[in-house]
Design a protein around this ligand. Structure first.
Ligand SMILES: NC(=O)c1ccc[n+]([C@@H]2O[C@H](COP(=O)([O-])OP(=O)(O)OC[C@H]3O[C@@H](n4cnc5c(N)ncnc54)[C@H](O)[C@@H]3O)[C@@H](O)[C@H]2O)c1
Length: 301
């Protein structure tokens, strides 16, 4: 099957996008609609949830749009009841909603932990439980994609509960991929890292964000360039394209994998392109150290 045939074969399919009205989720809903796929999107952003319907329908496909916070079990159930009543069958489930607030574990509360586990793992179980019977009913297989993070693959200090919940989503999805493989239902994960979004900015402390946004544009870009091998963060559309690839038959033999859409940060695994040293390494080189610890002492913290 060629690229154009695989793209054309997506027309007439139906997808559920959980967290599908704003930012990365919106980019995914619109990319699916552009490929001729009907979309059911829910989101906790009420304004975005009421706008996405018309935006998707402008691509000539049907859209169910609903306001629902995935942390509210009843609201998520009501959304799936509606999708089942109106779509009857679906082909794809994309779990985009997720998020974190940076905090050392010992400074968090049980309530915060429970909320983060629900947002990054718990709701995915409920969404899969509801979507699989609808995919089975369609009788043509399907694809489930959940968003995780690079933090599920490293010791992400100050993101520990999030990292644990996303790692749980990762291993749950791998096990599910094996359980559903014979039915032609594929289960995969997408792990971003630095794509700008409202949620990723909200994960940092307000004090950090205030200072970060006050930096000149070049300084922020230089920071990204030191960290990301491709030198710039993947866009929201890059993530939507990865979803399109994973739902298409071009990847019909791919199941149980994590696709790292991160410009190479997972591969570099902590190596930084130290600008004064012009070399990649996990620790600063001599030129950087000499600058940091010049004769007049290290810069004030
Ligand atoms: N932005 C990044 O670089 C990055 C990095 C690592 C992991 N991720 C993961 O990718 C996914 C999307 O990234 P993002 O969150 O930065 O994108 P985003 O801010 O664009 O959010 C995606 C959508 O989810 C919705 N959403 C958030 N919380 C929700 C809730 N409780 N109920 C319903 N809808 C909700 C948002 O309104 C938005 O429409 C998340 O699962 C996130 O953990 C993103």
């Amino acid at each position: 099957m060629g690229l154009l045939e695989a793209h054309a074969a997506l027309a007439g399919r139906k997808a559920i996008v959980v967290g599908g009205a704003h930012g990365i989720g919106r980019a995914i809903s619109l990319a699916l609609a552009d490929a001729g796929i009907a979309v059911a999107a829910c989101d906790f952003d009420e304004e975005a949830a009421s706008a996405i319907g018309a935006e998707v329908e402008a691509h000539g496909v049907e859209c169910i749009a609903a306001h629902a916070d995935v942390r509210d079990e009843a609201a998520l159930e009501r959304f799936f009841d509606r999708v089942e009543a109106e779509f009857e069958t679906v082909d794809f489930l994309i779990n985009v909603a997720g998020g974190v607030k940076s905090d050392l574990f010992t400074e968090t509360t049980r309530e915060q932990n429970a909320s983060e586990i629900r947002l990054n793992y718990g709701y995915i179980l409920d969404a899969v439980r509801r979507a699989v019977p609808m995919i089975r009913k369609g009788g043509r297989g399907g694809s489930i994609i959940s968003f995780t993070t690079i933090e599920a693959h490293r010791g992400a200090a100050s993101y520990s509960v999030y990292a644990g919940a996303k790692a749980a989503t990762t291993n749950f999805s791998k096990a599910l991929a094996v359980e559903l493989a014979q039915e032609g239902i594929r289960v995969n994960l997408i792990a971003p890292d630095t794509t700008p979004s409202r949620t990723s900015f909200a994960s940092a402390s307000p004090e950090f964000m205030e200072k970060y946004l006050a930096l000149p544009e070049e300084a922020r870009a230089a920071g990204m360039s030191m960290y990301i091998p491709q030198k710039h963060p993947p866009s929201q559309e890059d993530l939507a394209n990865a979803v399109l690839m994973l739902v298409s038959d071009l990847t019909r033999s791919i199941t149980g994998i994590t696709l790292h859409v991160d410009g190479g940060t997972m591969a570099s695994a902590g190596f930084i392109d130290w600008p004064l040293d012009h070399k990649w390494g996990p620790a600063p080189g001599v030129e950087t150290l000499a600058k940091l610890f010049a004769a007049d002492g290290p810069p004030a913290a």
